[in-house]
Design a protein around this ligand. Structure first.
Ligand SMILES: NC(=O)C1=CN([C@@H]2O[C@H](COP(=O)(O)OP(=O)(O)OC[C@H]3O[C@@H](n4cnc5c(N)ncnc54)[C@H](O)[C@@H]3O)[C@@H](O)[C@H]2O)C=CC1
Ligand SMILES: O=C(O)C(=O)COP(=O)(O)O
Length: 630
């Protein structure tokens, strides 16, 4: 017969996110001018006791003296604590109920507030070990029951000795006194619980870390509320992705690492090991080789619009979803283009440079309004179309050329060929995407086809334009000016120099790929992309993925969701359904979408299933990835 298992769980900062006495102070010291400094002293006493640096009993006495609390504060405190139960504890109520005979709350806090909270989660009242308050006749809290071993130094050890549990004892807590139980030989394992606080002195001693209760349950093969502990999902964010994204992923419970610049293929091959979610911007290349080094990758987030830097097919074949932010920086690029069109038309960059060295050059020569001038937009996608609207609002006449049929906005006129557009436009602005076929679509011929004295802008991708041809056209005077934001080679970080033949040419605005670099755009992107990825991880939704078949799924309720990604060859769906039939699984809903390379099948099944089902699903021929959600 297997030995019994006992779980000793701490209360403050473990079962709940907070230290209850700090919260009590918030209530009892309300209106006290010294409140902040007293609370600080209370906090320091708590931290010092929890880190094992001072006498616990002495600290507790001092804290209660400082708090000047009254029993009337207790119902309010319980209300506050109710909302502060740790997320993973909240999630795993079923485990706490199912194992209630074996779960003990052992705390140096007070039963008066612990009992009403933990019993709501199925903890048995007789399994709660904690201190009790001493009150005076007026209900003031003046101390604690000094007979209780938990009020003493090494109190938890003394209590465990009294309990004399026979079986495996697991301790889960954030404090040094929790660790001491294991040190005294009274527990088999101590798990430092770091979901709410992480204490260095405790971590240093702990053999096991539990960033959540899920992780503890996962490691010990106990029933969990979710299919996989979120803290096992590691996120790598490159290229200065906005901190909002870091916050969003951390709030979800993921482990996040950030790196300011882009990584080379070689560096990324090394860093990608064990990464589940990779976040990049326009500079990092996610190649087939990188994917071959990825062992846990589920999703790549392009925290920008362009995805040409990612091998989308290789991702698809590896079952890796790719998401981007298709609209978040659109307006920023357009505003920059508008500003540059006007600046170039008036020769302002050169005039400003001259002023900085003391030259006053007041003249109207070569300076024009943009009103009534013809703007040719190449690539009438989201950016091109938005530029069209704003340019018309300034009185420009808009022409556009796109390789696919597009909705004509306002009075914009469609050109059937690029050449037609080039021959008409006074300004040509490039807004095509960075697909490989667009390499060097602008070269000597295209510049030659433009009007004499035209102005050229490229805020799309660097490889789209032959720089030498552009330089020639500017030097020869064919072009009157240019604005270039993107380059065939861009520095990976701000520490690398920028080298280009375009440097030093008159009436040329050079910018370091900042079309989308505004606060608004970066915050929008940092909100958008993590939500798409987390939705995919939590529910299987691939809506708006740039490489996967898009499925928008209903919310998962009282069901298991089987997520199967396979090569798109005939017969796989039939095989999946045979497996389900063989395992007598009741299908509640099934969703399938395929594209050229993969099939994506989601099957919601009723709760009862056998482990064999998981093995059989993984064994279906042509399976790329299989996972299960509940
Ligand atoms: N400078 C910067 O910081 C930024 C640059 N970008 C670049 O701008 C590009 C465009 O962005 P969106 O408008 O949002 O993309 P989009 O996909 O909505 O539009 C691109 C359009 O270009 C068209 N197109 C592609 N190749 C073409 C060609 N050879 N000739 C004519 N039309 C062609 C497509 O059919 C599509 O309509 C992105 O792919 C990205 O590379 C995007 C954001 C910021
Ligand atoms: O959104 C895009 O495609 C961009 O080019 C912007 O790239 P970035 O995020 O500034 O590296």
């Amino acid at each position: 017969m297997s030995k019994d298992k006992y779980f000793i769980i701490d209360f403050d900062s473990t079962f709940t996110k907070v230290e209850a006495l700090d919260e009590l102070g918030e209530l009892s010291l309300e209106g006290d001018p010294e409140k902040e400094s007293v609370l600080q002293q209370v906090k320091e006493l708590t931290d010092s006791a929890m880190a094992g640096q001072s006498s616990f009993a002495e600290g507790l006495r001092k804290r209660l003296d400082l708090l000047k609390a009254h029993q009337k504060h207790l119902p309010q405190l319980i209300n506050v604590l109710q909302d502060k139960v740790s997320q993973s504890v909240r999630r795993n109520k079923e485990f706490l109920k199912e194992y209630s005979d074996q779960i003990f709350i052992v705390s140096s806090g007070f039963k008066e507030f612990i009992t009403p909270i933990v019993t709501q989660y199925g903890i048995k009242e007789e399994n709660i070990y904690a201190n009790t308050f001493r009150l005076d006749d007026n209900g003031n809290i003046i101390g604690f029951d000094e007979e209780n071993v938990l009020s003493l130094d090494k109190g938890k050890i003394k209590l465990l000795e009294q309990l004399a549990l026979t079986g495996d004892v697991y301790v889960i807590g954030d404090g040094y006194t929790d660790y001491e139980i294991k040190e005294a030989g009274l527990a088999n394992k101590f798990y430092a619980f770091t979901e709410n606080v992480s204490r260095d002195s405790v971590i240093a001693k702990a053999e096991h870390i539990a960033p959540s209760l899920d992780e503890f349950l996962y490691q010990n093969k106990l029933p969990m509320a979710i299919s996989y502990p979120k803290n096992r999902i590691s996120v790598l964010l490159l290229e200065n992705i906005h901190p909002k994204a870091v916050e969003m992923f951390r709030n979800e419970g993921y482990q996040v690492e950030t790196i300011p610049g882009a990584l080379s293929e070689e560096e990324l091959c090394e860093k990608i090991q064990n990464v589940s979610i990779l976040g990049i911007r326009s500079k990092t290349h996610v190649t087939r080789k990188v994917l071959e080094h990825a062992n846990r990758l589920m999703s790549v987030g392009a925290f920008c619009i362009g995805t040409n830097q990612i091998d989308l097919d290789a991702c698809l074949e590896a079952g890796v979803t790719v998401f981007n932010a298709p609209y978040s920086n659109t307006r920023s690029v357009v505003e920059m283009a508008i500003g540059e069109i006007i600046m170039l038309s008036r020769g302002i960059v050169d005039k400003s440079s001259k002023m900085h060295v003391g030259n006053w050059d007041k003249s109207a020569a070569g300076s024009f309004e943009v009103r009534d001038k013809k703007l040719g937009i190449v690539g009438y996608g989201n950016i091109g179309a938005q530029l069209s609207v704003l340019a018309e609002a300034m009185g420009m006449v808009v022409y556009y050329y796109d390789v696919v049929e597009k909705l004509q906005l306002g009075n914009a006129r469609k050109c059937d060929t690029l050449r037609e557009l080039l021959e008409k436009a006074d300004f040509v602005s490039l807004h095509v995407d960075g697909r490989p076929e667009n390499k060097n679509i602008f070269g000597a011929q295209e510049f030659a086809a433009m009007k004499d004295g035209a102005i050229f802008l490229n805020l799309s991708r660097g490889h789209v334009v032959e720089i030498e041809a552009l330089v020639e056209s500017l030097k020869s005077g064919k072009l009157r000016g240019a604005a270039v934001d993107v380059f065939p080679h861009e520095p990976a970080t701000n520490n690398e120099p920028f080298v280009s033949e375009l440097r030093g040419l008159p009436n040329v605005i050079l910018t370091p790929h900042i079309g989308g670099s505004t606060s608004e755009a970066q915050v929008n992107i940092a909100n958008f992309v993590p939500n798409r990825i987390m939705d995919y991880i939590n529910s299987g939704n691939t809506y708006q993925s740039v490489n996967f078949p898009n499925i928008q799924l209903p919310e998962l309720k009282n069901a298991h969701r089987l997520i199967h990604i396979h090569e798109n060859v005939p017969g796989v769906l039939a095989d999946i359904n045979n497996v389900l039939a063989k395992n007598q699984v009741n299908i509640l809903g099934q969703y399938l979408k395929t594209n050229e390379h993969v099939g994506y099948v989601i099957t919601d099944v009723n709760k009862k299933y056998d482990k064999q089902l998981v093995n059989d699903m993984r064994g279906v021929a042509h399976t790329i990835k299989f996972r299960m959600l509940y």
